[in-house]
Design a protein around this ligand. Structure first.
Ligand code: ADP
Ligand code: MG
Length: 264
């Protein structure tokens, strides 16, 4: 109980309030609020086009929301202007905050002309200006952790998709992020390669990392999440612990979505 109270007192690592986002006439996010506490794994699920990626991209301001706020570790990201003209107010702040967010996309986005080790070391050296020897040691340890240390000297096109995605995870980890953001990290992979990536993400969850994960894999969301959020037409339609959301589903739309996902 004492521990739960202490946990509740902490300010969340990520806190989103009243997020709205439109692309032209299309209103994608219609008022989204949620937070992720230290060590929490939050999964975002919902049908294609429901705004999951847009929501995740608003957390690091790859998309600037029209309304609403994003706070990282209690610090609000400063925005200026209104509606579609809203923009980042402080480039220095966003650079600093982005360097605390480890983002892993569906496509791996590794630099083709750099080795895997160079890819992983790039941001710690250039953005964070850390010492090369220390960064290299952490990079090799992290590659070891994701099971591809033997690929350190290889180029991305010499790796399988699953290995490339594990390299992308290692790269995100090496900035020592406050939170890891995953957008459908396995959806570009063949099923047998998905397993190795999911296993790595599970290890990170078990270590107590704070993570927000968009996934189409309901079994994985169920096994890994502390909390699951179902997005539907720009709003949170249902939210709760996995056993509630999957085991005692309330929303008819979520029931329909879950039935459809089991029979692709
Ligand atoms: P999801 O990740 O849940 O599939 P997205 O967030 O990618 O959904 O997209 C939600 C809706 O917003 C979709 O209709 C998509 O076409 C649209 N959309 C996303 N990004 C843009 C953009 N940059 N410009 C215009 N429309 C966009
Ligand atoms: Mg998406």
């Amino acid at each position: 109980m004492a521990q739960a109270a202490a946990q509740a007192d902490k300010s969340p690592v990520v806190s989103i309030t009243g997020l709205h986002k439109s692309f032209g006439e299309l209103e994608v996010l219609k008022g989204i609020s949620f937070s992720a506490r230290e060590g929490e794994v939050v999964s975002l699920i919902g049908s294609s086009g429901s705004g999951k990626s847009t929501l995740l991209r608003c957390i690091n301001m790859l998309e600037v929301p029209d309304r609403g706020t994003v706070m990282i570790d209690g610090e609000e990201i400063a925005l200026r202007g209104a509606g579609s003209r809203r923009h980042i107010a402080d480039e220095g702040q966003i650079r600093r905050i982005r360097s605390e967010l480890g983002m892993v996309f569906q496509s791996f986005n590794l630099w083709a002309h750099m080795t895997i080790l160079e890819n992983v070391m790039e941001a710690p050296l250039i953005v964070q200006r850390r010492q090369r020897a220390e960064v290299e040691q952490q990079a090799l340890e992290t590659l070891d952790k994701v099971g591809i240390r033997d690929k350190a000297g290889s180029y991305p096109n010499q790796l399988s998709g699953g290995q490339q995605q594990r390299a992308a995870i290692a790269r995100a980890l090496c900035i020592n992020p406050r939170v890891m953001l995953f957008d459908e990290p396995t959806s570009a992979l063949d099923p047998e390669l998905q397993v190795e990536v999911l296993r790595v993400i599970k290890v990170l969850a078990d270590e107590g990392r704070t993570m927000i994960l968009v996934t189409h894999d309901m079994d994985f969301a169920r096994s890994i999440s502390d909390r699951v959020i179902f997005l539907h037409q720009g709003l949170i339609e249902e939210e709760g612990a996995p056993e509630e959301v999957f085991g005692a589903t309330k929303s008819a739309r979520l029931k329909q979505f879950l039935n459809a996902s089991h029979h692709p």
